[in-house]
Design a protein around this ligand. Structure first.
Ligand SMILES: *[C@@H]1O[C@H](CO)[C@@H](O)[C@H](O)[C@H]1NC(C)=O
Ligand SMILES: *[C@@H]1O[C@H](CO)[C@@H](O)[C@H](O)[C@H]1NC(C)=O
Ligand SMILES: *[C@@H]1O[C@H](CO)[C@@H](O)[C@H](O)[C@H]1NC(C)=O
Ligand SMILES: *[C@@H]1O[C@H](CO)[C@@H](O)[C@H](O)[C@H]1NC(C)=O
Length: 489
C-alpha cells in the first residue's frame, strides 16, 4: 500500500513543474507556505519508511519461497543424476535470479530522492536573510533580544546564528546581545559552546569599542580554557589598547542615533499637531464636480496638505483583495529597485495584467477617483513583505521624461505593528488600513519632482503586509492636470 502511495506522490511531483529556487524570507506569505512544505516532507518521509519496510517484508517472503523450491540434498555429491533434475535446476536458478533482480531493483531510495528533489527547501540565504530581518527590526524599533523573543524564545544555537549574522554585518552591539542571550540559553544539547560564545562576546565588545568588557569576557574564556593561545594574544592586545583608547562604557544603549525615518516608524513623532490636524478634513467626494469624473461618493480624508496626501476609504472590497492575492501568490518574486535586487527593498511583488476583470475594474476605479488617465499608467503592482520587510526612503518618480506623476497606494491588509508608509522629510506617518488607499502627486504642476514626496515603508514588526501600487505617468494627463510654468506650483 505504502509503496503505491509513494509512487503516486512521485508521479504527481514530477508532473508539477516545481521551481526549486524559491526565496522565502522576503515574503511572509511564502513563509506560511513552508508550513505545508514541512507537513509534506514529514508525511512523505513516513511513507518512504513504511514502503521500505513493506518492501523488505516482500523480499523476505520471496527468499522463503525460493528456498522452498530447492529440495535436493546439498550433501549428496552426485545430486544431478537425472537430466530432468538438471533441467529443473537450470530453470530454477534462472527464475530466482530474475525475481531477485526484479525485487531489488525497485529502489525506493532512488524514487524518494526524486520526491526530495522537488521539495522547496529554504536556502542558507533565506536563513541568513531571516536573521538579518530580525536584526533590522531590532534596530528600527529599538528592541533587545528579550523584547523580540517575548512570545517565542530562541535556543542557544539559534541565538548564536542571529548573533553571527549581526557580527558579519558589523552590527557588533546587536551581535553582543545575541551572544549574551545564547550563553544564557546554553544546555547540554546545544551545539555551540560556552568557549565559542565567550570568544565572540570578547570580540564584539572590542569592535564596538568597549575594551573593559572585551577583557572581561576574554579573561573568562582563559579561565575556562587556560591553554587557549588565541585569547592570550587577544587579551594582550586589548590590555595594551586600553590605555590608548577611550572606551564606550554604555554597552546597553542601542543605536543612539536614529534617522527621521526610524523615529517615524517607531511612532515617536507625528508632525500633525492638533492645529494642523483640524485644518485637514474628511468628506465625501464625487470627483470634484467634474461631470466626466462623476462616480459614487468615496470617503476621502486629507492626510496631509503639502504634499497633498489623500486617503480614500473602502475603495476595494475584501473579496477583491482576496482575488488579487490569489492571482498574485504563485507569481510573486523578489521586488527590485533601480539597482536590481537590493537589501533596501525586502518584499516580493508582481505586476498584474489587466486581462483579469478585477484588475481592470480597480484600474478604472483609480481613474475615476483621481481623474487621471490610466492610459500611460503601469499595471497594478501587488506586493507582499517579508521578515522585517521594508523599503528604504526613495522617490517613486524615476526621472524619465514620462515619469510617475502620481502614486496610488492601496493597503490590502491591516498590519498589527509596523509597516507604516512614512514621509521622513515632512514627518507624515500613514498606517496601513485594509481596503483604503493613499494618493499623492510626485511631480509638481511645473513638472519638477516634489522633493517632499520621499517616502519609505517601515519594517513589519508583526503581521502580513500586502499592498498594491498604481503608478500613474505624465503622458495622457495634459488636460486632466493642467501644467504650470510657475516654479512655485
Ligand atoms: C524592551 O525591554 C525593556 C526592558 O525590559 C523595556 O524597558 C522596553 O520598553 C522594551 N521595549 C519594547 C519596545 O518593548
Ligand atoms: C555544530 O557546530 C560545528 C562546529 O561549530 C559546526 O561545524 C556544525 O555545523 C554544527 N552543527 C549544527 C547542526 O549546527
Ligand atoms: C482564494 O484561494 C483560496 C485558496 O485556494 C480559496 O479557498 C478561495 O475561495 C479563493 N478566493 C477567491 C475569492 O477566489
Ligand atoms: C467609472 O465611472 C464610469 C462613469 O461614471 C462608471 O460607469 C463606471 O462604473 C465607473 N467604474 C468604476 C470601476 O468605478
Amino acid at each position: 500500500m505504502a509503496v503505491k502511495e509513494l509512487t503516486f506522490i512521485i508521479v504527481v511531483c514530477s508532473c508539477i513543474v516545481c521551481t526549486t529556487e524559491v526565496e522565502f524570507f522576503t515574503s511572509t506569505d511564502k513563509i506560511s507556505e513552508l508550513f505545508n512544505e514541512e507537513e509534506f516532507l514529514l508525511k512523505t518521509f513516513r511513507l518512504y519508511i513504511d514502503s521500505e519496510e513493506e518492501n523488505v517484508k516482500i523480499m523476505k517472503r520471496l527468499l522463503l519461497l525460493l528456498q522452498l523450491g530447492s529440495y535436493l540434498d546439498p550433501d549428496d555429491p552426485e545430486k544431478i543424476k537425472d537430466p530432468v533434475a538438471a533441467y529443473k535446476l537450470i530453470r530454477r536458478v534462472r527464475t530466482e535470479w530474475i525475481n531477485i533482480v526484479d525485487y531489488t531493483q525497485r529502489s525506493l531510495y532512488q524514487l524518494y530522492q526524486t520526491v526530495l528533489k522537488y521539495a522547496q527547501i529554504p536556502q542558507l540565504k533565506d536563513l541568513d536573510g531571516a536573521a538579518s530581518g530580525l536584526i533590522r527590526l531590532q534596530e528600527i524599533y529599538k528592541l533587545y533580544p528579550h523584547n523580540i523573543t517575548k512570545e517565542m524564545a530562541l535556543n542557544a544555537d539559534e541565538a548564536y546564528h542571529v548573533g553571527l549574522v549581526a557580527y558579519n554585518e558589523d552590527k557588533f552591539q546587536h551581535a553582543f546581545h545575541w551572544f549574551l542571550y545564547s550563553v544564557d540559553s546554553l544546555t547540554q544539547y546545544s551545539n555551540t559552546t560556552k568557549e565559542n560564545l565567550l570568544l565572540y562576546l570578547s570580540l564584539s565588545a572590542y569592535h564596538f569599542g568597549s575594551l573593559p568588557v572585551a577583557i572581561y569576557f576574554g579573561q573568562q574564556l582563559l579561565n575556562l580554557d587556560p591553554t587557549n593561545e588565541e585569547i592570550k594574544v587577544l587579551l594582550d592586545l586589548f590590555r595594551r589598547l586600553r590605555f590608548q583608547r577611550s572606551s564606550n562604557p554604555d554597552i546597553f544603549t542601542l543605536n543612539k542615533e536614529s534617522s527621521k525615518f526610524e523615529t517615524l516608524c517607531r511612532g515617536e513623532v507625528d508632525e500633525r499637531t492638533s492645529k494642523r490636524q483640524r485644518a485637514l478634513s474628511c468628506r465625501y467626494s464625487t470627483g470634484g464636480g467634474n461631470p466626466r469624473l462623476m462616480y459614487p461618493p468615496v470617503k476621502e480624508e486629507v492626510e496631509w496638505d503639502e504634499p497633498r496626501i489623500i486617503r480614500y476609504h473602502d475603495i476595494i472590497s475584501d473579496r477583491e483583495i482576496e482575488i488579487l492575492k490569489n492571482i498574485s501568490r504563485p507569481l510573486l518574486s523578489r521586488s527590485l529597485t533601480t539597482e536590481g535586487v537590493s537589501k533596501d527593498r525586502t518584499s516580493q511583488g508582481v505586476f498584474l495584467m489587466e486581462d483579469n476583470i478585477v484588475v481592470a475594474r480597480i484600474s478604472q476605479r483609480i481613474e475615476n477617483i483621481t481623474g487621471l488617465s490610466k492610459k500611460s499608467a503601469e499595471s497594478l503592482f501587488v506586493q507582499n513583505y517579508g521578515i522585517g520587510g521594508r523599503y528604504e526612503p526613495h522617490y517613486d518618480e524615476l526621472g524619465y521624461e514620462n515619469g510617475r506623476i502620481a502614486t496610488f497606494l492601496i493597503y490590502m491588509s491591516d498590519v498589527e505593528i509596523g509597516g507604516a508608509t512614512v514621509f521622513p522629510d515632512v514627518g507624515v506617518v500613514l498606517k496601513p488600513k485594509k481596503g483604503s488607499a493613499v494618493f499623492w502627486f510626485n511631480l509638481r504642476k511645473n513638472g519638477n519632482v516634489d522633493l517632499n514626496t520621499k517616502h519609505a515603508g517601515c519594517p513589519v514588526l508583526r503581521g502580513n503586509k500586502w499592498v498594491a501600487n498604481k503608478w500613474i505617468h505624465v503622458f495622457g494627463q495634459e488636460f486632466r492636470r493642467p501644467c504650470s510654468l510657475s516654479y512655485l506650483e
